[in-house]
Design a protein around this ligand. Structure first.
Ligand code: COA
Length: 380
């Protein structure tokens, strides 16, 4: 129907969608399981520890986790095996090629939510980008499977820029609209982070949670009356080893064996904190000014959800004062870090109350390093 409309080449966000896994793990449950694993390890290695050849493992703590990160709980796709001290990883029955993949399944749920909110018929959607930190397989692309399941006639591909995948996806979609190559693009971010988190690593076992989000980026001519104009987007990457995952088919390790740790998420958390905060704040301020926007006048910042302290510092540098929860909302307490989906969840849950003409910023950052900024204005 609306494809007969004359495209404007102006990209907008028509809607967002969210799928939240029903199961949650509280910090208390997580620490109890982790500490049971520590006790078992130390008991099993008591001789080596006494002889000084094996380092004893240290327990984790609920207080540390909440103070260091702001995280209180996380949603997961498979609670039982993650909390089982003998497994400590998500597990579910392997699916045949005829069944929908797990990542596609949750991506489709978030995408359907976004389509419904926009009142969008799939016949009007041209493309699907699956933008996430870890794909379930190299190919066929997850995006093409999601496209097929939704019944979209068009094209799709996967893209991975770790925690910045969704904002990089939004700019890519916006560029298709600007160039006239598509009029309606779904950016889907299914994040099963529990699969690449090392649940046995005390420094990071509390960080991540599972979720899926979707963002419908469209030409203004096609969009529903209420939408978010995309005022500008800016991306930046600078190579760093401080957040890294070496998993890959050229670089295999036995599942539980030696050399496994670096095939999962590893980071130098302190360095990340110190190096990424100034990089993000500078990119936001520079880009806001280039767009003719007062950074201090941004009504709301929907920042990447990795660490409450990082967001406090970034918001302070951008807004010029300590931001309250209304100016810089958090979903870390219930969702933890959901990689690229975090800033989209914050936007999805905390944007309806804004008034026509209000401006805001969706911003993600993470491994690469990478930063993606999407400036928006509410049109109602
Ligand atoms: N329970 C209890 N104590 C713990 C612990 C745990 N689970 N993990 C670490 N500690 C201890 C450390 O051993 C250390 O003790 P010490 O001072 O006696 O050596 C102390 O707590 C501080 O550890 P540190 O790793 O320096 O903590 P931190 O304050 O830097 O917080 C992070 C850790 C990961 C929460 C924080 O660095 C962070 O969020 N960084 C940014 C991460 C990020 O954005 N990554 C992007 C991912 S997409």
């Amino acid at each position: 129907m609306s494809h007969d409309m004359k495209p404007t080449g102006r990209p907008v966000i028509s809607s967002t969608g969210l799928f939240t896994p029903p199961e949650t793990i509280t910090n208390e449950e997580l620490v109890e399981s982790f500490n049971a694993y520590v006790e078992r390890f130390n008991a099993a290695n008591a001789d080596g520890i006494a002889a000084g050849t094996i380092e004893p493992l240290q327990p984790s703590s609920v207080e540390f986790i909440e103070k260091a990160s702001g995280i209180k709980a996380r949603h997961v796709m498979a609670k039982g095996p993650i909390l089982d001290p003998e497994i400590m990883a998500p597990r579910w029955p392997e699916r045949s090629n005829e069944e929908l993949s797990v990542l596609a399944e949750i991506g489709v749920k978030a995408a359907r939510d976004a389509l419904e909110r926009a009142g969008r018929d799939v016949a009007d959607v041209d493309a699907v980008l699956c933008a996430a930190s870890n794909m379930e397989r190299p190919y066929p692309a997850m995006a093409v499977e999601i496209q097929q399941e939704l019944g979209i006639d068009g094209f799709g591909f996967d893209m991975n820029v770790a925690c910045s995948s969704a904002t990089f996806g939004i700019q890519t979609a916006a560029d298709y609209i600007r160039a006239g190559n598509a009029r309606s693009v779904l950016v889907v971010s299914p994040e099963i982070t529990s699969g690449h988190l090392n649940w046995r690593d005390r420094d990071s076992h509390f960080i991540f949670g599972d979720v899926a989000t979707a963002v419908l980026v469209e030409d203004a001519a096609l969009a529903p009356a209420e939408h978010w104009e995309i005022l500008g987007t800016r991306l930046k990457t600078v190579f760093s080893n401080n957040i890294r995952n070496n998993f890959g088919f050229l670089n295999r390790a036995s599942p539980e064996g030696e050399g496994r740790a670096d095939k999962l998420f590893v980071q130098e958390g302190r360095k990340v904190f110190k190096e990424v905060v100034p990089m993000v704040a500078e990119l936001i301020v520079t880009e806001a000014e280039r767009l003719g926007l007062e950074p201090q006048a941004l009504r709301r910042l929907w920042l990447h959800q990795a660490n409450a302290g990082m967001n406090r510092l970034i918001a302070q540098r951008v807004l010029g004062h300590e931001a309250d929860a209304d100016e810089s909302p958090t979903v870390l307490d219930t969702y933890a870090n959901t990689s690229s989906a975090g800033s989209i969840i914050a936007f999805h849950k905390h944007s309806e109350d804004l008034a026509e003409g209000d401006t805001g910023l969706i911003c993600s950052f993470g491994a690469g390093y990478s930063v993606g900024a999407v400036f928006v204005r509410k049109v109602a």
